[in-house]
Structures are given as structure tokens and as C-alpha cells.
Design a protein. Structure first.
Length: 642
């Protein structure tokens, strides 16, 4: 039997799961169910990531023992996956003793292979992301504080004796692997981001910490604990008994796909493969990085009050509706917005109208005209043949899309076909045939419509298992679903009963629609600081900022600073000002003179390296590129920007 090994990231247990964390697991479940449906033996792995400073801090804040916190929250994740109908085959916890042993075994091998050495780490660390950042990767504000380029939260400066992994040694082997396996990382634009990192050369990675002990001890030097990401990544092989059960391990490794969110791509596409190369194991076949969900346009965050509990939605709308909405409305691979209004629209139109109602009215006609017994179809006309051949087309497209994780496209294709079934039904006017007493043709139309619905329900099994099974029940269908992939038309058995039942999906009256209330928690000061950068502002907030065009009159470097330049600018009616900007790495003083730039003119003055700055210029920055914002036609200094 062909096998398929698929994983989700393992979730941090510092807070409760929300719709964003459920997204990866739901998508993984859809893929796992699809592979089972087409005959694969599947291993679907998920779990929880329980070590590290972030979990320890969270336990301290809650006044709990870290293990107690992990047990409690890991239990919540497990329960949620049950509630969401997730069919994971195994659930790994990084505090499982087997996992901890495997991590030590793996790191010992890296040591033996000469890939680990002792050194001193000096640099920045983001606890929420559990990530090290180089000075030039960090974001800085006007007063020189450092922020995480990934989550925007404040960074801690670390200086510790650490063990290092010779990641730099794997730059070339990884580049070669990327070249030889062009589909290794998907989507393509995410792969290109990784290639850029590789092309600029990798730095060695600190892989132990000494300032706390909530982690797995370093073999032979237990005052060091192993970096939480190294610990966590190894879950993918410890779950399949690496170093403990060779047969099992060889059966499943390499994984077919690691499904991850975009922000943890570097760990999966660079660090993890390098670790595997270091111990001589094959690399996973694919890393697929999906986008991020926002809720009503905002980043998901407890303090914004939108960290919605997926259970609330399941209670109100049902599992299938959530699963459908998440894969239909949010293009898999891209960022997308979760909105309850859009969910209801999808429920009402796609599910209730197009799909549910089609089943309902067809079954109703079979009940009325054939005493609820599926009739024998008769000779096929052109329109029947088109319906059948369109299904063949759909099936091919479906397989192509599902096998390449284009889940949204697969659903679009299915709904296109549902549209064709509705058209077939309407154009053949079965109600007229019934009136005329043309039972022969009526039998064929109803049979074909039901057969098409049955086939659609099968293709929808991975996405909406409950409603697909309900369709099977109503049509007395009890064959293996795989038959749909193997057999020509006529799977439904004439003579079997159909059952009417309540609508497959219940519409929601939008005029009386009440949204699920989300409790807004008061943000802690720390959270507030991090959220500020992503909170939406209204126009009045924007109007508070006095943006002006300014002309640079003078520019000179500030002594003893590598980054700062002092500028004298002309702000027209506001007069001349002195501002200090961190742009020395990108511009020489001479090339600045005469440029017309944009500045914030009503910022409180601040001192940088002892020099007063009476405003701030605007610049766009990405990675290590920076460009000043200028204007594209000439306009006098002092002009207001609105
Ligand atoms: N513990 C690490 C992963 C270690 S894997 C060896 C971690 N955990 S996490 O809990 O922060 O995130 C787990 C997954 O949830 C990631 O794939 C992340 O992208 C996903 N999501 C968390 N919030 C999300 C959204 N708002 N939207 C979509 N997915 C998001 O990182």
C-alpha cells in the first residue's frame, strides 16, 4: 500500500488554541483524509511544543508549575482536535520521555559528526518567537530600542556561553538541494524567500541556553538546555520512533509534507534540513508554507479580542461549514481574512442553496413520483452524456489540484460542477415531465442528478465528512467511496430507498444574524506595546500626524555613530529644523543634499547620540534595503501631505 506521512507544526502551549492555530490542523486533516480516500496508508501527526523560555514565562505568570501548564493546555489541544473531527493518527508532546531521549540521541550524533562547538552568543532574542536575530535583522525605533522583525515585539539582548550548530557549513548543500528539487518548498514565492536567505550565506546557530532549565539537557553538559526549536523540529522523527524502531522509522521517513505557517518557514526549510544533513538522514519531500489568517482585517491577538475559540463557531455552524469556509474563502497558501459575515454568505449560497437544496428537491421528487425508491435510468440523451463527461473532467481536475494542495481550486471546480448539475436539473424540467406523466425520462433525470450528487459528496468527503456521510445515508449508499474514482456512472442502486430529512445545511437569516460575541481581554502593558503596531486606526488618528514635504539643506554624519546622519531641513512655513536619521548605511551625506523628502513634523523632539532630532523622515525598509520616500513632481517645502 502506498503511504503518506503528513505533519502539522506542534503548537506552543502558552495560550489556548484559536481559529488561526486550528487552520493548519484543519487543512492537514483535509489532505490526510484525501490521501486515505484515494487509497493511501496515512500517518497524520500533530502535537504540542512544550519547552523553552516562553512556556516557562507563561507558567510563571499564571503561577503554575510548567509541567502542570503543559499538561493542561496540551489536553485542550487534544480535545479541540477531537471536537473538530481531526483524524490525526498520533499526538506528540515534547515532554514525552521518548521524545526527550530521541532529541539527545540526535544532538549526540551531531556532536559526533563534528557539527557542534562551544562559543559565546551575543545578540538579540525574541521570546514569543523563540528566535535569535542578528543586529542588522532587528527593527529599531527612534530611541534605539530593538524589535522583532517577525512579530514586532521587544527583543532581549543575550550574552551567553552556548553550543553552536555549524549551520554555515550547509549553505552550499542546501542550495544544491533546492536546485535539484524545485518543489521542495512551496508556494514558489515562499521558496524564493528561502533562496534569498541561502544565497546571502548562513550563520552558525546557537542551539543551547543556560539561563533557564525548562528544556532537554545537552548530552554531557546538563547546565545547557537544548534550544526549543531544535527540540521541536526533531518531533517529526521521534514520533515515528527514530533511533528506537528502525522498521517503523524507515516505513514513514522521509515525510511527504510538513505543513506549516509562513512565519516558521526558515526553521523548516533551512534549519531542519541542515540538521538532517548533519546526521545523514534524508530530507522531507516537501515543505508547504500557508498564509496567515486575520480576523476582520486584524492580526489575531487576545488583546484585540479576536482570538476566537473555534469551538464557538463549531457549536453555531457545525464542523463542515467551518472547514468549507476556511478552505474555500481563504486561498490556500495566501493570507486571508476570517469574517463571520463571509462565512454566513458561503453557508447560505454555496452550501444551502447550491448543494443542500439540490439534494433536497431531487429527493423530494423521488419521494413524490417514485415512492422514495431510486428509479432505473433509461436511455441517455445528449444532456445526460454531458453531465457524465463533465464529471470525468471534474475528477481529473480534482485529483490534480488536491495532489498539489490547491484545495481552494479543487472546491471551486466542484462548485462549478454543482452549478452544472443544477442547470441540468432545471433545463430538463422534471416537474413538467411529472405533470405530463413522462415517467421514463423523469426516472433518468432524477437518477442522474442523484448519481452526480453522490459523486460530489464523495469528492467532498475530505472537506465535509459529516455532510457527505449524511448524503450517503439519504441515498442508501454503502459502497466504499474509492469506487467513485474507479467506476463509471451508475453507482447508485435503483430500488434502494431515499430519505428526505431536514435540509443538509440550514440557512441563516442575515437580517437577524447575530455575530458570535468575543470577549475582549484587557491587554497587558507588554501586549499593548506589541499590538499597537498592528491595530487599525481611524481617520482621526491618521490626521493627528503632520506629514510634510521637506528639502534637505545640509547633511553630515554623526561622529562615533555608524548609522546616524544629522540633517538640516527646510519645512517652508514651519521654518528650518534639525533631524537625525539612521540612514548612514544607505546614503552618503552628499547625495542627500537637495532631496525632497517626507517628514513627520509634529513629533516630540528626542535625543539620539546626544543630538536633538526635531522630526522624523519617512523611509521604506525591507531586509537590508532602505529607500527614502521622496516626491515625484516638484512641490514647495512645507507642503502638507493628506
Ligand atoms: N511551536 C512552533 C512550531 C514548532 S514545529 C516544529 C510554533 N507554534 S505556534 O503555536 O506558534 O504556531 C503553530 C502553527 O499555527 C503555525 O503553523 C502558525 O503559522 C499557525 N498559526 C498561528 N496563528 C495563525 C494565524 N493567525 N493564521 C494561520 N496560521 C497561524 O510556531
Amino acid at each position: 500500500m502506498k503511504k503518506f506521512y503528513i505533519t502539522t507544526p506542534i503548537y506552543y502551549v502558552n495560550s489556548e488554541p484559536h481559529i488561526g492555530s486550528a487552520y493548519t490542523t484543519i487543512v492537514g486533516d483535509i489532505i490526510a483524509r484525501f490521501k486515505r480516500l484515494i487509497g493511501y496508508e496515512v500517518l497524520y501527526l500533530t502535537g504540542t511544543d512544550e519547552h523553552g523560555q516562553k512556556i516557562l514565562q507563561s507558567a510563571k505568570e499564571k503561577g503554575k508549575d510548567p509541567q502542570e501548564l503543559c499538561d493542561e493546555l496540551s489536553g485542550k489541544f487534544k480535545q479541540l482536535w477531537k471536537d473538530l473531527n481531526i483524524t490525526n493518527d498520533y499526538f506528540i508532546r515534547t515532554t514525552d520521555p521518548e521524545h526527550m531521549e530521541t532529541v539527545q540521541f540526535f544532538v549526540q550524533k551531531m556532536l559526533e559528526n563534528g557539527d557542534i562547538y562551544k562559543g559565546t552568543y551575543k545578540g538579540w532574542y525574541c521570546v514569543p518567537c523563540e528566535t535569535y536575530w542578528n543586529e542588522d535583522e532587528t527593527h529599531r525605533n527612534e530611541v534605539g530600542e530593538h524589535f522583532c522583525p517577525s512579530c514586532g515585539r521587544p527583543l532581549n539582548f543575550l550574552e551567553e556561553e552556548n553550543y553552536f550548530f555549524r549551520l554555515s557549513k550547509y549553505t552550499e548543500p542546501l542550495l544544491k538541494h533546492f536546485k535539484e528539487n524545485p518543489d521542495f518548498v512551496e508556494p514558489e514565492f515562499r521558496k524564493n524567500e528561502m533562496l534569498k536567505i541561502l544565497e546571502s550565506g548562513l550563520k552558525d546557530l546557537s542551539i543551547t541556553r543556560t539561563t533557564f532549565n525548562w528544556g532537554i539537557p545537552m548530552p554531557g553538559d546538563p547546565k545547557h538546555v537544548i534550544y526549543v526549536w531544535v527540540d521541536a523540529l526533531i518531533n517529526y522523527i521521534s514520533a515515528i520512533s527514530y533511533g528506537r524502531d528502525e522498521e517503523k522509522f524507515n516505513k514513514w521517513w522521509p515525510a511527504d509534507v510538513h505543513l506549516i505557517g509562513k512565519e516558521i518557514n526558515r526553521f523548516h526549510s533551512i534549519i531542519w534540513p541542515a540538521m538532517l544533513m548533519s546526521v545523514g538522514l534524508p530530507l522531507p519531500k516537501k515543505i508547504f508554507a500557508h498564509g496567515w489568517l486575520t480576523v476582520n482585517g486584524q492580526k489575531i491577538s487576545k488583546s484585540l479580542g479576536n482570538a476566537i475559540d473555534p469551538r464557538e463557531f463549531v457549536k453555531k455552524y457545525g464542523n463542515d461549514v467551518i472547514r468549507y469556509y476556511l478552505t474555500r474563502d481563504i486561498v490556500f497558501g495566501k493570507d486571508g481574512d476570517f469574517s463571520e459575515e463571509n462565512l454566513v454568505q458561503r453557508l447560505n449560497s454555496d452550501l444551502a442553496n447550491d448543494y443542500g437544496n439540490l439534494l433536497h428537491r431531487t429527493v423530494a421528487m423521488v419521494a413524490k413520483n417514485f415512492d422514495s425508491v431510486i428509479p432505473e435510468p433509461n436511455e441517455l440523451t445528449e444532456s445526460d452524456k454531458v453531465l457524465i463527461s463533465n464529471f470525468k473532467y471534474l475528477l481529473n481536475k480534482y485529483l490534480e489540484y488536491m495532489n498539489s494542495y490547491k484545495l481552494t481550486n479543487a472546491l471551486e471546480e466542484i462548485w462549478h460542477y454543482i452549478g452544472e448539475i443544477n442547470k441540468y436539473f432545471d433545463e430538463n424540467k422534471p416537474w413538467v415531465l411529472a405533470k405530463e406523466g413522462n415517467k421514463e425520462r423523469l426516472a433518468t433525470i432524477l437518477y442522474n442528478t442523484l448519481e452526480a450528487i453522490l459523486r460530489v459528496a464523495t469528492l467532498l468527503l475530505p472537506f465535509m465528512p459529516d455532510s457527505s456521510k449524511e448524503v450517503f445515508n439519504r441515498l442508501s449508499y454503502d459502497l466504499e467511496p474509492i469506487k467513485v474514482f474507479e467506476t463509471e456512472w451508475y453507482l447508485l442502486k435503483s430500488g434502494n430507498k431515499v430519505f428526505h430529512g431536514k435540509p443538509l445545511f440550514t440557512k441563516i437569516d442575515l437580517s437577524k444574524f447575530e455575530k458570535i460575541a468575543v470577549k475582549k481581554e484587557e491587554p497587558s502593558k507588554k501586549e499593548q506595546a506589541s499590538v499597537e503596531g498592528v491595530k487599525l486606526i481611524n481617520f482621526d488618528d491618521f490626521k493627528k500626524i503632520d506629514l510634510r514635504v521637506a528639502e534637505i539643506l545640509e547633511a553630515e554624519r554623526i561622529e562615533k555613530s555608524e548609522k546616524l546622519i544629522k540633517l538640516i531641513i527646510d519645512l517652508g512655513e514651519l521654518g528650518r529644523r534639525q533631524i537625525v536619521a539612521g540612514i548612514a548605511k544607505y546614503y552618503s551625506p552628499n547625495e542627500l543634499i537637495g532631496k525632497k523628502i517626507i517628514v513627520v513634523a509634529n513629533l516630540k523632539p528626542a535625543k539620539l547620540m546626544g543630538v536633538e532630532s526635531q522630526g522624523m523622515l519617512l523611509a521604506a525598509k525591507i531586509n537590508d534595503k532602505l529607500t527614502l520616500l521622496t516626491i515625484d513632481t516638484d512641490i514647495e517645502p512645507g507642503a502638507k501631505i493628506s
